[in-house]
Design a protein around this ligand. Structure first.
Ligand code: BT5
Length: 266
């Protein structure tokens, strides 16, 4: 039986990180929901909302995120994008995914990849997901909530029939036993560091270097069910996915309501 975390352990594990507030829930519906509620009245960058258990964890487009107390990590951070950053809010989802990749490298020396736009993969299977949601005061963006769900230990991996893409957990790929709080700290530390350079070319470069399925044939399925098939060739300077379709034509896809799947994974 995986050990659950208590509030004091969480706070002790994060000492020294510049977090203005740490909100712990033994159980809640969704840390994104709690963080959005918090942000509606008060927002300070890097406020953390952590839950040991979520009863209504959510993914993008109303999908569900499944997690398991004691073996997953589910948390949200409040971020305050600058005016310039607000021009490209999708960068923040990439920030979440890259932070998990960096933490995986730090803690286990494994090279994770990102399935565009923001799923973290190990050995071509999903081990973490990111959900960015915004909080508005009238026309003004007051905060962005970055929710991250990580499958750390084997109990966190959902059954095959509940995951639309093959799933895995980090522990399955490394021999050393993983500590959940140490891993959480590594993700948040990476995020704080990467956040500083989010508008710099190096940030995009790091994202590109982790892009999964590069050069492979992929399917892109839109919300309406429209399917595009082509070869994934990269990400352009506006964070759009580049896919070469039949006849050599290059198509661009903005970060949005698309589902990507390589032809090799049916
Ligand atoms: C995501 O959505 O991957 C974003 C997940 C974000 C979860 C965090 S947990 C903390 C915070 N609070 C929340 O309520 N949410 C955030 P998406 O790309 O739409 O993927 C969702 C799909 O992944 C589901 O429809 C399932 O098929 C699959 N899935 C669900 N749970 C999974 C898991 N633990 N591991 C792998 N795949 C999963």
């Amino acid at each position: 039986m995986a050990a659950t975390i208590h509030e004091q352990e969480l706070k002790s594990a994060l000492i020294g990180l510049p977090l203005p507030g740490v909100h712990f829930y033994k159980q809640t519906d969704s840390t994104n929901e709690r963080a959005l509620q918090l942000a509606a009245s008060y927002s300070a960058e890097f406020t953390l909302v952590f839950a040991e258990k979520q009863s209504a964890g959510r993914g993008r487009l109303g999908r569900k995120w499944l997690s398991s107390a004691g073996s997953s990590l589910t948390f949200s951070l409040i971020l305050i994008p600058s005016d310039k950053e607000q021009e490209q809010l999708s960068m923040f989802s990439f920030l979440g995914a890259l932070s998990v990749c960096r933490a995986i490298k730090t803690v286990s020396n494994l090279e994770a990849q990102v399935k565009w736009p923001n799923d973290v993969l190990l050995n071509r299977k999903k081990t973490a997901g990111v959900l960015a949601e915004t909080s508005w005061q009238g026309q003004r963006l007051s905060a962005l909530v970055l929710g991250i769900g990580i499958n750390l230990l084997p109990e966190s991996v959902p059954p095959d029939d509940q995951a639309m893409f093959p799933a895995t957990c980090i522990q399955s790929h490394c021999a050393l036993p993983l500590q959940r709080l140490a891993f959480l700290r590594a993700v948040i530390a990476a995020l704080i560091d990467l956040r500083k350079g989010i508008l710099e070319p190096a940030f995009m470069q790091e994202y590109r270097s982790r892009l999964a399925f590069l050069g492979e044939w992929v399917f892109l399925t839109s919300q309406s069910g429209e399917v595009t098939r082509g070869k994934l060739t990269g990400v352009d300077d506006h964070w759009q996915l580049l896919v070469e379709v039949q006849g050599g034509r290059q198509m661009q896809f903005p970060c949005g309501d698309l589902h990507l799947r390589p032809l090799s994974i049916q």
